[in-house]
Design a binder for this molecule. Sequence first.
Ligand SMILES: Nc1ncnc2c1ncn2[C@@H]1O[C@H](COP(=O)(O)OP(=O)(O)O)[C@@H](O)[C@H]1O
Ligand SMILES: [Mg+2]
Length: 410
Amino acid sequence: MTDRSRHLIGLLLGAEEDWPQAFEALLHRVGTVTLNGTEHEFGSRRLTIEPFDLTDPVRVGLVIDRLAYWYYHPREWLKKAALMNGTYLLNSPFTFQSMEKHSAYCAMLRLGLKIPKTVLVPYKNPVDNVRWAYTSAKYNKEFDLDAIAEDLGYPLYMKPFDGGGWRGVSRINDKVDLHSAYDASGEMLMHLQATIDYDKFARALSIGAETMVMDFRPDEPMHNRYAVSHDFLSPSAGHQTVAISRIVNAFFGWEFNSCEMLVKGDSVHPIDYANACPDVAVTSLHYYFPWAISALVKWSVFSLATGRRSSVDLHTERYFEIADDESLDYDAKVDAYLGLADEHFETAKYHEWCAEHLGDFDLRVRDWFAGPDFDRLLRETVTTTYPAHEHDQFLDHFRGLLNQWVVEQG
Ligand SMILES: Nc1ncnc2c1ncn2[C@@H]1O[C@H](COP(=O)(O)OP(=O)(O)O)[C@@H](O)[C@H]1O
Ligand SMILES: [Mg+2]
């Protein structure tokens, strides 16, 4: 008799309906996976927010989280699930809360990656605390903001140390901009950062062992930010962008993340790569949406069926040993870090496993995206996202891009 193992995937969701419905539909199409005589089946449920006893059992083996970054109750539930129940998390709040943009800059600088020169300045406005006046009078050292800016060079960027979603980001062209932006920063803690004058903005979305590097155009409206272009980087820059994204994620234990890199010639400069809840909306990813949702399904199924464990520890010393090895140049270090990252994500095993156990899944994915259920979902999403007079235009736009994807799958 064969053993059966039933796995449940929890979805922690905000307002989105598009990708969860696609995920549920595709997960259903995985069917049964037989591994060493055990039949594995997969299901999902949307998690609700309710009181929990810290010792309660957790029924889901893996959680995909799009909510805990903003909402603390599920965040604490995730921590309990990770520590008490060994639940596999995409992502773990332990590493995301403690590693916001600033710490991520420090860690990747430590590895020798090309982070633009960055300075953290003290708060413009003192924190609201009665002891502050004394501390400030005694210990807050006066500093010359203009001199820091001149050293970095204009134009420069001023942005919060824990940034995300363009909150509080400004491009500073001169002294006047500098002082008005700093005055306006109030109780936000700010970085000043040298500008990278880039040719290409590469935005990589990573899900477990899979990475898609996309040609991002930040000045375009949301529906048009990702260009569909496959060879927009040189082979060397292309290799580095994939490697850096995977290294960042393995280093911090992140499973579902996006990494923004500014590329000038063959030089790749990561500037923003701690995005705990990366955008996977069909209205922004369009052509890349089927890849993203099927990667989420495949990585979840692989992790559950193979019993992959996650850990709340980081093993930074292995990376730092490479960083400190003076016999290695930049490219050799990147390749050595990538070796650790691929070991962490079991990249080779993952691809072999998918080929062996999910052989015709990609075809099912294609058929679903070519069929009426996806078209209904797309229509629903467009209707709820755009004003009525734009429905036809956007429906045509996204149908065109997704149809291109379907056709290219052969
Ligand atoms: N050092 C830089 N050089 C050039 N452009 C930058 C730099 N830093 C930020 N930008 C621009 O500002 C945008 C927002 O900055 P980012 O660090 O990504 O903040 P957020 O975390 O809010 O997304 C980037 O997408 C990029 O267009
Ligand atoms: Mg950004």
